[in-house]
Ligand binder design. Sequence first.
Ligand SMILES: Nc1ncnc2c1ncn2[C@@H]1O[C@H](COP(=O)(O)OP(=O)(O)O)[C@@H](O)[C@H]1O
Ligand code: SF4
Ligand SMILES: [Mg+2]
Length: 325
Amino acid sequence: MGLTVDHLQVCYRTLRGDVKAVDDVTFSIEDREIMGLAGESGCGKSTLGNSLVRMDVRMRQLGGHVELDGKELPISDSRAMRDFRFKEISIVPQYAMSALNPTRRVGRMVAELLKARGFDYKSALPELERRVKLVGLDADILKRYPIELSGGMKQRVVMVISTLLNPSLLIADEITSALDVSTQRAVGEMLLEFRDRNFVKTTMVITHDLSILAQVADTILVMYAGKLAEKAKADVVINNPLHPYTQLLISSLPDVGIRHDEHTLVGIPGRPPPLLNPPVGCRFRDRCPFAFDRCTDEPPFVEVKPGHSVACWLHADGALPSGGV
Ligand SMILES: Nc1ncnc2c1ncn2[C@@H]1O[C@H](COP(=O)(O)OP(=O)(O)O)[C@@H](O)[C@H]1O
Ligand code: SF4
Ligand SMILES: [Mg+2]
């Protein structure tokens, strides 16, 4: 049944006011789907991913609800979420690799994690070793300290640990960002393999780098300044994006720009607006080469072709009657 996120709003409480990092976000991920969540740094991707697993103390859910496999997820209730974490939803947080405890051997870390969740390490060990080998590592790695492992090895270990209990949803946040290109591809292969072997049912791959999504994602959701900009099948987002922001994002990546690669690397001038007091109207307006008078109103996120939704006034008039993602 997958994941359904409905009108979710999450903010950070700060002394200066609420930073609305996830602002009315609605989407779903089907069983066996790998959804990429893309956008520049600061767009709210990690906040969205983290809010589904573990809200930090500064975060608040202001509205909306989330369902996993037809069950409501109590994302605001950290205690109640304990029943879901690791078993049903697992996250590989941004910077997870560097957060591994340097004074614990890998195997001991897994043992402690399992024990805290009421599982026995000994009975899990054969499957753990099988999966460690499956991702190309020696079972010996369980006896080693994180400091003895390369970045790619650490990321593989983190992925194996996170999916050991076959969670329904895996959220992988910037898991390839600190790796070299060939290791990135290997980690991408792993995501596909884990899905194919049913180690996870649905996967959300968060990244600012669209090239990994070209390799692994079935669908891509693009966020901009806390809001949804565009969602469609991955090849449609990469080859025929409709939102001007997505178009610029793709054209600034020569590796991915299958249709746009004749363009030079331009980047996108300017930066996303602050989310403490975001501008009214389309949040991309200041940077958009196509902005016109209607853009002072906020564009709705509507389905303009089957399975293709976009929030832009250039396309809003072609909305299908049903709308939504
Ligand atoms: N602890 C925090 N307190 C206040 N604002 C925060 C905090 N963490 C992140 N933000 C803000 O929330 C927005 C989204 O951040 P984040 O979710 O990390 O984006 P991304 O993962 O897309 O880079 C940014 O504007 C960021 O400045
Ligand atoms: S709504 Fe207007 S400003 Fe926003 S992306 Fe579309 S054309 Fe550009
Ligand atoms: Mg992030």
